[in-house]
Design a protein around this ligand. Structure first.
Ligand SMILES: C[S@@+](CC[C@H](N)C(=O)[O-])C[C@H]1O[C@@H](n2cnc3c(N)ncnc32)[C@H](O)[C@@H]1O
Length: 272
């Protein structure tokens, strides 16, 4: 027996389809909020300049909420014992993470893909810190350098320019990979470097003799088993700002330098 579908359901369905079509024709991406903590996060979300009541959301560990509205939002959540509201902007990725005091906070993310972890938002390493990381790695002319989460490719490109070595950068964000390729061309090192649009967790970086990372501590925890299995003994791993937990016995050098605005950058060097 055929069932009739009520008119309001059809209208709702058509509305959703037209919204999706409009969004994709305007190149509008969804706003995503990911829960990178190990607990369920409860928060409310309210479109900016709207009379709508805040909507309650429950986000399980590892889950991603997706919003395809054309507005910015105010997100309210409990940071420690206090309520905090943060404005987020449409089409961008965000992540709930724990801050250094182990309180919940909402940070910029790097992508809203469900098939890959968000290892760190895009924050480029300042050029003088890049120089220091490379000098601490004690690069040899035969080295092959990988930067996992390479951003605009600056570390790989500087290494190729200064030391003439081959390098590979991996990033999940297509914009970053286009920037990296353009920067390599501009620097005239396109024959020495390669940039891969890929999830770091799916890349075979076993040929690396020098590995650079500027990723969040929990991401380094996720990657460490790959360091253990993929990297050959003797490989140098240089980590910007965060220590590789579990590799304390492999640490061979450490420094911290004060950059502009009194921001401290720490560099950890390990030998596998
Ligand atoms: C803190 S930035 C570091 C950029 C660069 N290494 C530097 O030091 O200037 C982290 C980068 O990791 C990328 N990223 C985040 N999750 C990723 C993943 N699962 N696979 C590949 N890249 C990822 C982001 O897009 C971002 O460009």
């Amino acid at each position: 027996m055929k069932r009739k579908i009520a008119l309001p359901i059809w209208i709702g369905f058509l509305l959703i389809i037209s919204l999706l079509l409009e969004a994709s024709s305007q190149g509008i991406k969804e706003t995503t909020i990911r829960n990178v903590t190990v607990k369920t996060v409860r928060y409310t979300i309210k479109p900016v300049n709207s009379n709508r009541k805040p909507e309650k959301r429950v986000l399980k560990k590892g889950a991603i909420d997706r919003f395809l509205e054309f507005s910015n939002f105010d997100v309210t959540y409990k940071k420690g014992k206090k309520k905090k509201t943060r404005r987020i902007y449409r089409g961008r990725p965000y992540s709930f993470r724990l801050n250094e005091e182990y309180e919940l906070d909402l940070y910029d993310g790097s992508h809203g893909r469900s098939d890959a972890p968000d290892l760190a938002p895009y924050v480029p390493t300042p050029e003088d810190v890049v120089d220091k990381m490379l000098s601490m790695a004690k690069i040899d002319k035969d080295d092959i350098l990988y930067d996992l989460g390479c951003g605009d490719g600056r570390i790989v490109i500087t290494a190729a320019k200064k030391y003439g070595i081959r390098g590979v950068g991996v990033d999940i964000d297509p914009k970053r990979i286009s920037e990296s390729n353009a920067n390599a061309l501009y620097a005239g090192v396109e024959n020495l470097v390669e940039f891969k649009l890929q999830d770091v967790l799916k890349v075979d970086f076993s040929e690396a003799t020098v590995l650079m990372v500027y990723l969040l501590p929990e991401s380094l925890k996720l990657l460490r088993p790959m360091f253990d299995t993929l990297l050959t003994p003797g490989t140098i791993v240089v980590s910007h700002n965060y220590a590789v937990s579990g590799w304390e016995d492999k640490e061979i050098d450490y420094t911290s330098l004060v950059h502009e605005e009194e921001i401290i950058h720490t560099i950890y060097v390990y030998r596998k």
